[in-house]
Design a protein around this ligand. Sequence first.
Ligand SMILES: [Zn+2]
Length: 70
Amino acid sequence: MKAKRNLLIWGIVIGVLAAAVGSYIGVPSIRRAVDRMASTFGLAGPKEGVTYWCPMHPEIVRKNPGTCPV
Ligand SMILES: [Zn+2]
């Protein structure tokens, strides 16, 4: 009973690690799955309709996060 639960927990841990590593090395299908998971939990990166601006140059509005071009 207890061993079975441990196995399930390890399965989840290994699955999450595999997804993270796959995302890091850029396997497209795993990356898509991780992106979908992230958006489900509201942790996704650049989204449609979201803009980024520089706190020192509010006139600089960009679609993606990054360094200020000014
Ligand atoms: Zn700036």
